[in-house]
Design a protein around this ligand. Structure first.
Ligand SMILES: Cc1ncc(COP(=O)(O)O)c(C=O)c1O
Length: 384
């Protein structure tokens, strides 16, 4: 049975804040938005053109549930270029967004309610929602500010049991922007091999790192044994509304997920997949340009938040989020987020990302430098 109350708690927080911000705007209040986790740039023209061309060519019918051959081949090359190995086409699955890949993966590997899933907390809310939806054993592991919000392999080891079925890694991470170190990922991969569990590696922000280098745990077994590599187009190519993602997994797991896709959605949209081909094979300058811009914004928001009384903020190494500690304001995350919203600043309470997000806020800096400047001035005026 699905516990909708638990799902409401874990899944809908972001949309509640959005609704409240919109209601205030309807009343005529000016709101500066830092709550939404999507790029503020438009989808590059050549990607949109590829979708338009596909529509004009009437590429509008059903396609294979696992994805079109052309996009699978392009994903195969992408994995070779970015992770250094070539998966077989049978290891590749095209998805209607990476988010759905979390569900399909856990649905495919969890076989009974005793199976436990380890995942980072605070973390991307879908992880906890899916674990609860499947009635699997919930092993949310705290990621700590003193470890710069990186999952610690020792904390993982402490939470292992004979029922551990999978662990979810997410680097660069939402909501903290942390990037795991190669040695930490390798230690977790060793644990997975020794104790025989899967690793779902959510690498949706893999092209979005700053000083720290991105390392994919998929290289350990080339996704043949136990690693499921999940990536997509939403963040790097500004394609959140297109709903397009992909994953690489052991063939027997892909086979299961393929069945689930064909039952649930038949296939991923045909002409959107053509846009995906253009995204991966076309010019990549927009990603480089966006990262230069994101770095400027990151530096500005981190510096600004550290000047606010009661706030302290680490410098994230990836993605486009900051996760300041606000415990010294004396407010809870929810109180602080509500207070800021009533003063025209929309951000998210850390608790949306799990109970260990208490004491923190999440700001997305996927917005203009001018908005960041104005927002920081306003927050300083409130607290200083
Ligand atoms: C860590 C993480 N994984 C997956 C997703 C979902 O991406 P998609 O838009 O491809 O479904 C997000 C979106 O915010 C995310 O932050």
């Amino acid at each position: 049975m699905v516990n909708y109350e638990v799902l409401r708690e874990t899944g809908a927080g972001i949309f509640k804040v959005l609704a409240k911000a919109k209601a205030l705007e309807r009343e005529g209040k000016k709101i500066l938005h830092f709550e939404i986790g999507q790029p503020d740039q438009n989808t590059p023209e050549h990607i949109k053109q590829a979708a338009k061309d596909a529509l004009d060519a009437n590429f509008t019918g059903y396609v294979p549930s696992s994805g079109i051959q052309e996009l699978k081949e392009v994903v195969q090359e992408e994995v070779q270029k970015t992770r250094g190995f070539t998966p077989s086409l049978n290891q590749i699955l095209i998805l209607p967004g990476a988010n759905s890949g979390v569900y399909y993966t856990l649905r495919a590997v969890v076989e009974n309610e005793a199976h436990e899933i380890i995942y980072p907390n605070p973390g991307f809310p879908t992880y906890g929602s899916v674990v609860n939806y499947l009635n699997a054993g919930d092993k949310a592991v705290r990621i700590k500010e003193e470890n710069e919000f990186r999952l610690n392999p020792f904390d993982i080891e402490e939470n292992l049991s004979p029922n551990t079925k999978a662990i979810i890694l997410n680097s660069p991470q939402n909501p903290t922007g942390s990037v795991m170190k190669k040695v930490e990922i390798q230690k977790i991969a060793e644990l997975a091999e020794r104790h025989d569990f899967y690793i779902l590696s959510d690498e949706i922000y893999s092209k979005m790192t700053y000083e720290e280098e991105f390392f994919s745990c998929s290289v350990q077994d080339e996704c043949k044994e136990r690693t499921i590599l999940l990536d997509g187009f939403s963040k790097s190519y500004s394609m959140t509304g297109w709903r397009l993602g992909w994953l690489i997994a052991p063939e027997e797991i892909v086979d299961r997920m393929d069945l689930l896709i064909s039952i649930g959605v038949s296939c991923t949209s045909s002409f959107v997949q053509k846009a995906g081909v253009a995204a991966l094979t076309g010019p990549q300058d927009s990603i480089r340009e966006n990262m230069i811009e994101y770095r400027k914004r990151r530096d500005m928001i981190v510096k600004g938040l550290n000047e606010v009384n009661g706030f302290s903020c680490l410098t994230p190494q990836g993605a486009f989020y900051v996760f300041p500690n606000i415990t010294k304001t004396g407010m809870s995350s929810q109180e602080c987020a509500d207070y800021l919203l009533n003063h025209g600043i929309a951000c998210l309470p850390g608790t949306i990302f799990g109970k260990n997000g208490e004491g923190y806020l999440r700001f997305s800096y996927a917005t203009s430098i001018d908005i960041i400047k104005e927002g920081i001035e306003q927050i300083k005026a409130i607290f200083n």
